[in-house]
Design a binder for this molecule. Structure first.
Ligand code: XMP
Length: 519
């Protein structure tokens, strides 16, 4: 693999993704990793990520010095660049001023494989306080900015490279080219990895973990991750897998049918649907507080799932089997990485993941997507034949429409919202916007009413909010500038076709300060 050494913040994940976009398999490792541990992983290249610290700060993350002596092509980025500079005998100065944001950089030497063929002047993304003031011996300075004389260096002989800017962010014009130059030219990697390679490897792994007889359970949510995870496990163990789908009544239009019909037909999994719509509505009656709603939905989901599980286990034992020992989870790589580090982050919302089941469920977990990013899960799903309606699905929160009705959740309101949401999805798809939009929550302001006029009568209906956002990872987002004609069509259709909605409004808030969902 290409090892991405994590110096904190969120840079490492983005780098790991970019490396995979360059068709090289990447893995994130903590900066505390030792040279021996690195060597054992037999990496073909190493990238040192940026991080939030100053190399001079007390307790600043450091790197085992031996790592740079392993003879593995290494690229240091930002903090990683400075760490590298210090370790190789260069100097890092506290300049006292920060260089932050889009910055003009001038390439002063084109001899290195890292930056050859790149334009001499370009815009890059910077975010640093300290600067490398003296390049280590043997390193050629490749670039500078107005404030930073040593913005990049290379030691072609030892295959050690570093840049002060962040090539992994899109604001760095030629960032991806730089990463690809490092991987393909400096490190000589062919770049022929595809997410599909994961399939065979995982099928083998799953078979080993589960063994020849044991049975497996999977909670399908209707979303991409659980569907692809189940398809992989099904490929490995066939009918020893049973999927459970909980219809909590907070689903979007057609969602249950897509799972029950399209998905089952395509993959051939055994599916048990539990209709718990009344139970959820009952528990949610009278509740308006967002956190309360989230807690109730999470709790009821677990209840329903546990009942189904108990019943399935009993059935399996009656059949002479030994119950069900394994549970499939659609955990993705970012979840794995995030739960490894990161402390003290504020709880903004208590996220409920369908499949986010309590630990005291007595199962061993099967997590075949643990090494994948979202877009890679989609690619794997397509190869496995998971229907496009599911694979291409945009993120949808576990608590579903329950947190898109501002106010109490009732059957009538759910029906209204479901119709409006279906229209929005239809129009966005028809306009070819699915790829450019991260997701578009449709929110019903159930306790707000406004006066309107329709035909020749007065109406007193509810507004619907469109919340189209663009994002790379949902951590930050910007509101999407939808074409006016698309917004107009959506507005016309909703107000005409959904009785009770007489106004459509557009949310033009980025995240932060707004979150993507309204609750
Ligand atoms: P926010 O509203 O926090 O949402 O900006 C970020 C992303 O997470 C999704 N989301 C959830 N997903 N369970 C989920 O599985 C949840 O409880 C949940 N709440 C929000 C949201 O749709 C967006 O993609």
């Amino acid at each position: 693999p290409v090892l991405v050494v994590d110096f904190g913040a969120q840079y490492a994940q983005l780098i790991a993704r970019r490396v995979r976009e360059a068709r090289c398999y990447s893995e994130i490792v903590p900066h505390t990793i030792t040279a021996a541990e690195v060597a054992a992983k037999q990496p073909v290249a190493i990238i040192l990520s940026g991080g939030p610290s100053s190399v001079y700060a007390e307790g600043a993350p450091s790197l085992d010095k031996g790592i740079l002596e392993l003879g593995i092509p290494t690229l240091g980025i930002c903090y990683g660049f400075q760490t590298m500079a210090t370790q190789l005998g260069g100097e890092v100065a506290r300049t006292g001023h920060r260089e932050y944001g889009s910055t003009a950089v001038t390439l002063t030497d084109a001899s290195s494989t890292l930056l050859e063929d790149q334009p001499t002047s370009q815009t890059v993304w910077m975010s640093h306080g300290d600067s490398v003031s003296k390049a280590p011996e043997g390193c050629t300075i490749l670039a500078s900015t107005a404030d930073t004389p040593v913005a990049a260096f290379a030691d072609e002989e030892r295959k050690l490279y570093g840049v002060q800017w962040h090539p992994e962010v899109l604001h760095s014009e030629h960032g991806q080219e730089l990463l690809e130059s490092f991987l393909h030219r400096s490190a000589g990697l062919p770049g022929d990895w595809t997410p599909g390679e994961v399939i065979e490897e995982q099928v083998e792994r799953i078979r080993q973990q589960i063994g020849p007889d044991a049975k497996v359970l999977c909670a399908l949510s209707g979303g991409v991750d659980s569907a692809v995870a189940a398809a992989l496990v099904h490929r490995a163990v066939g009918d020893r897998l049973t999927c459970v789908f909980v219809d909590h009544g907070l689903l979007r239009k057609g969602e249950r049918e897509q799972v029950e019909e399209d998905y089952v037909k395509a993959i051939g999994v055994r599916l048990v649907t539990v209709d718990a719509r009344e139970q959820f509505l009952g528990e949610l009656a009278g509740v308006t507080d967002p956190e309360m709603k989230r807690k109730i939905i999470g709790r009821e989901f677990i209840r329903v799932f546990e009942q189904a599980e108990t019943q399935l286990v009993a059935e399996s034992q009656e059949d002479g089997g030994d119950g069900i020992r394994f549970l499939v989870q659609g955990t993705l790589y970012p979840d794995v990485v995030e739960s490894g580090g990161g402390s003290g982050t504020a709880n903004i919302k208590s996220h409920h993941n369908v499949g986010g089941l309590p630990e005291d469920l007595k199962f061993e977990l099967v997590e075949p997507l643990r090494t994948l990013f979202k877009d890679e899960v989609r690619a794997v799903g397509r190869e496995l034949g998971v229907p496009e309606v599911i694979v291409a699905r945009q993120p949808f929160p576990g608590p579903g429409l329950g947190i898109r009705i501002i106010g109490e959740v009732t059957q009538e309101r759910l029906d209204l919202l479901r119709e409006a949401d279906a229209i929005v999805r239809e129009e966005l798809t028809a306009a070819g916007l699915d790829e450019s939009i991260w997701q578009c929550p449709v929110v019903l302001l159930a306790d707000v009413r406004s006066v309107g006029v329709q035909g020749d009568g007065r109406t007193y209906g509810h507004p619907i909010v469109l919340r189209p956002v663009s994002s790379e990872d949902a951590m930050t987002a910007d509101w999407t500038r939808l074409p006016y004609d698309v917004t107009a069509r959506i507005s016309n259709r909703i107000t005409n076709e959904v009785d009770g909605i007489n106004r459509v409004v557009l949310d033009v808030t980025s995240k932060p300060p707004g979150t993507i969902e309204w609750e």
